[in-house]
Write a protein that binds this ligand. Sequence first.
Ligand SMILES: Nc1nc2c(c(=O)[nH]1)N[C@H]1C(S)=C(S)[C@@H](COP(=O)(O)OP(=O)(O)OC[C@H]3O[C@@H](n4cnc5c(=O)[nH]c(N)nc54)[C@H](O)[C@@H]3O)O[C@H]1N2
Ligand SMILES: Nc1nc2c(c(=O)[nH]1)N[C@H]1C(S)=C(S)[C@@H](COP(=O)(O)OP(=O)(O)OC[C@H]3O[C@@H](n4cnc5c(=O)[nH]c(N)nc54)[C@H](O)[C@@H]3O)O[C@H]1N2
Ligand code: SF4
Ligand SMILES: [Mo]
Length: 688
Amino acid sequence: MTGTTPTHCPYCALQCGMTLTRDAVVAPRDDVPANRGGLCQKGWSAAELLTVPDRLTTPLVRRARGGPLEPCTWDEALDMVAARLRALAAAHGPDAVAVFGGGGLTNEKAYQLGKFARIALRTSQIDYNGRFCMSSAAAASNRAFGMDRGLPGPITDVAAADVLLLAGGNVAETMPPFMRHVARLKEAGGALVVIDPRRTPTARQADLHLQPTPGTDLALANGLLHLAMTEGMLDKDYIAERTTGFDAVRTVVNGYWPERVERITGVPVAHMREAVRMLAAGRRSLILTARGAEQHAQGVDTVSAFINLALALGLPGTEGSGYGCVTGQGNGQGGREHGQKADQLPGYRRIDDPAARAHVAGVWGVDPADLPGPGRSAYELLSALGTADGPRAMLLFGSNPVVSAPRASAVEERLDALDLLVVADFVPSETVRRADVVLPTAQWAEESGTMTNLEGRVLRRRQAVPRPDGVRTDLEILAGLAERLGAPGAWSTDPAAVFDELRAASAGGVADYAGITYRRIEDEGGVFWPCPSEDHPGTPRPFLDRFPTPDGRARFVPVEHRGPAEEVDAEYPVYLTTGRVLAQYQSGAQTRRVPELVKASPEPFVELHPDLAERAGIAEGDLVAVRSRRGEAVGRARLSDAIRADTIFMPFHWGGRGRANSLTGTALDPTSRMPEFKVCAASISPAD
Ligand SMILES: Nc1nc2c(c(=O)[nH]1)N[C@H]1C(S)=C(S)[C@@H](COP(=O)(O)OP(=O)(O)OC[C@H]3O[C@@H](n4cnc5c(=O)[nH]c(N)nc54)[C@H](O)[C@@H]3O)O[C@H]1N2
Ligand SMILES: Nc1nc2c(c(=O)[nH]1)N[C@H]1C(S)=C(S)[C@@H](COP(=O)(O)OP(=O)(O)OC[C@H]3O[C@@H](n4cnc5c(=O)[nH]c(N)nc54)[C@H](O)[C@@H]3O)O[C@H]1N2
Ligand code: SF4
Ligand SMILES: [Mo]
């Protein structure tokens, strides 16, 4: 810790570079390509997190069911947790204990958490909130390219593109400095095309805005490909040389003629035609998806439809062009590579692959036969808690599902049905308040580790300030429990040592970090994976020569539009979609504690079209009751003609009465198990 420490923002996947003084003064860095001198309001006010008045600084335990959470010592808390976990596993088997992680955890923590589940608890029941975030794009990328790595190249490629098509992303609010790259693209004569049911701050800056009904992007992407076919815009040489499976896609896409797609999506044919012409005219084009297109029960197929379009136009694997997804959480990328996912081992290995098991078991010093198999996905895990054949205890690091999980009231019931809920956090979130044991952790600027940003660039987060007395790091907590459980393997509390072990565990995997060292990250301003050895330069653009599939070609996947799992009807006549606002982050556990952000975005709201509002007897500023088949939520009406008249929007950053996830449905994508956060059927009325 010197006077001023160069580090990165505690929030989103852009991982803007910032410096922090020992007195916690934040300033943007200009040596980090993602933000070069810019920060959003959350970044500027990030130091406030270090001094929130209700910071957790002592372990808490609930000694009697229904009783209060009371302070205790670390030994009492960890001894108690270890003893109860042992007893539950002895009585019901190791799968009686579950682990839930987060995409905000550093690579070191995510790795250690996955290892802790597999060899300290020997449970298969681990998953994480990235399932709610990146899983659809990840699955579609894997099946097309054999690899899932956020953007196809450095973020500076955006400025050099001729066209950027952004499907379901509102980066002007969710990653404001991203718009600097878009501004450069526009200055150089490039164009931005946005697909969003709302005319968002991002869409307002677009050259073309397509405004579909929620849940219809797949049909729209197929329709765009249909037009590219009929207008002779396909890159036939590329399709022949670098891909397989186009014929099956052509057959399916024949059925998506423009007028039919207009009927499904509500997007005029002329707009579709213009979008395709812009894409095909560009020499370098980027197609990016974000949660608006992905958080659907057919999210994987929707992303496949956009990848098919990109492949047919010859974009992926061409410098400056391609398909990518805009990763969300701070370590949304690295957090999905090193084993906190139910079906995964470090290095993006599959847990059901015998060679992967042998390699990782070797690094951990255990018998491969002792590693558990794949477990339940996040929502399935949450909904199994406390049921007859589900887990009876859960350890949770880095998520606040009481606010952020779909059908959250049912999740609350499941959490309350557990024999033991242990939550590690630094603030008393809605989920912390339901815990039996609370473990206060260090945060962000009080510890160090690595994060992998949306580009696939591994960065160093450095400790800038001392941590408060009484708190421990997540690595220390895991080491303390592993010791008490008599776990095999090494449980270092030093992030650098854990990273070295992660490097060995990832070696030879798809996400190969073997050649990345803390020193190199510092000297080179981050290193792109895969990086198999210390003399390897890292891989900013992974697909230039070949795709990491067995035959080196990218795979087209034919996909059909099925529509949302829940359609509107007479009782629930409007589509509800959910998402984010600039000044709040996720479940709000952090940002609702920062006064400046609360001032900017004080309360839940319902965005709706004036025509819809008039029909429902609702005026600007009224409290609106929104109902769905799952429950009710209340927010203040914000009338805006920027949203479709058949759709309402609620941000999901609040708990209590304003909780959007009291409404959301539980349909899951069959492949990614992503919940359908972005569309369900709802009704509105003035609230009493
Ligand atoms: N301020 C802020 N920034 C954040 C976060 C935050 O909570 N707050 N979270 C971070 C994380 S984890 C993530 S995942 C990213 C998310 O970043 P984004 O994906 O940009 O954010 P969202 O607001 O969830 O959704 C984007 C847009 O999808 C639109 N949408 C809704 N339904 C549909 C649909 O059916 N089709 C299409 N095409 N669009 C639709 C919404 O209107 C919304 O404008 O943001 C990251 N950055
Ligand atoms: N309706 C609706 N619901 C959604 C979404 C949506 O668009 N609509 N988006 C989904 C998406 S994309 C996401 S990513 C999820 C996010 O939702 P959550 O998983 O709830 O994420 P956060 O609110 O970031 O919660 C992180 C918690 O962990 C704590 N924390 C942060 N860092 C650390 C750490 O290093 N260690 C420990 N122990 N704790 C830490 C924070 O204080 C906070 O309490 O929400 C999903 N839910
Ligand atoms: S855009 Fe993301 S990383 Fe950058 S300052 Fe804002 S929250 Fe932090
Ligand atoms: Mo996310």
